[in-house]
Design a protein around this ligand. Sequence first.
Ligand code: TRP
Ligand code: SF4
Length: 400
Amino acid sequence: MYADRVLSGMRPTGSLHLGHYHGVLKNWLKLQHEYECLFFVADWHALTTHYDNPLALEEHTWQMVIDWLAAGVDPKRATLFIQSQVIEHAELHLLLSMMTPLGWLERVPTYKDQQEKLSDKDLSTYGFLGYPLLQSADILIYRANQVPVGEDQVPHIEFSREIARRFNHLYGKEPGYEEKAEAAVKKLGGKKAKLYSELRNRYQEQGDEEALESARAILAEAQNLSLGDKERLYGHLEGGGKMILTEPEALLTEASKMPGLDGQKMSKSYNNTIALREDPETVSKKIRTMPTDPARVRRTDAGDPGKCPVWQFHQVYSNDAVRAWVTQGCTSAGIGCIECKQPVIEAVLRELAPIQERARAYTEEPDLVRNIIADGCEKARDLARETMRDVREAMGLNYG
Ligand code: TRP
Ligand code: SF4
């Protein structure tokens, strides 16, 4: 069996583009060979910001899943599902909300950032504030320990770790646990006991990892403790007796080098994308009409690749020889821009051809996609239910 479980979610944005492919999907393709993977459509997350326009959700969800499959996400290797079809996420979210300090949510950096960025929307909602907690529930319900995310999402994983730790601390204790642990601390002896308690506080209150390490070192060296007491103090240190929820780690995804047609980040809102299922004619035309170094007005003007978005495409798609040809030809006005774009057009079309071929099978037979998702949701539900049994029991909600 796998040691690690990977979980990642994507908001349903409809058809995906090359930015998604190079940024996220290629990473998923690699991960599905290395880990047990769960990938899901975060449709409830979309509602936290787009609650006023839910009608497009279903269409966007199916289009996105088709693109995952077309890109090569393999349902035999990864479990694919839709968040809202595994309602256990909502139950865990609710139960976790009981023990989540408001201040923790208000301090998540994306909260204020996004509110300011999306200032045309009223995001002073309960759902939007709670969105990192919903994400925590997504992760913790599968006891996923590796979560591939971009830089901007790292604080959310950190937040999930704190939630798991707090949950285990509050609900993971055996009867009499506190007293037994206190007695074991005393057995460490005056000075060491005091130091252990101080370090433990520093770790639990401030998340100070160094304090955790130092306290563990004290325990490792302690000669006069029984094995049982030692175990108890290791648990006590991290805030619980029993680990009910697993603390996840962020598996940082490298930022994609794939730029948009205008050289900015590729994004639907900038209208600078190449969609994975865009037809070859349109793709060629979009690249042919891409802006180039503005200083190259005439064919005879020399250019500077550093000021040209086409050059960024060459960084993604061309080998050293082609890049040398571009640099030489551009700076000496030896080649024209149309000529320069030709290898990019060919490379992009070469990349898209097998994706579009695979997509055809799924668009022609939508039931294929529905069945894959139905299977995935069932598998996900089984895993989620297992965790929820433990969570309910720990919180005193197991009414026979
Ligand atoms: N919040 C992520 C985003 O907006 C999507 C997401 C939701 C997610 N739940 C998740 C990612 C759990 C990783 C793990 O992009
Ligand atoms: Fe850009 Fe190529 Fe034209 Fe130079 S020759 S400006 S790199 S498109």
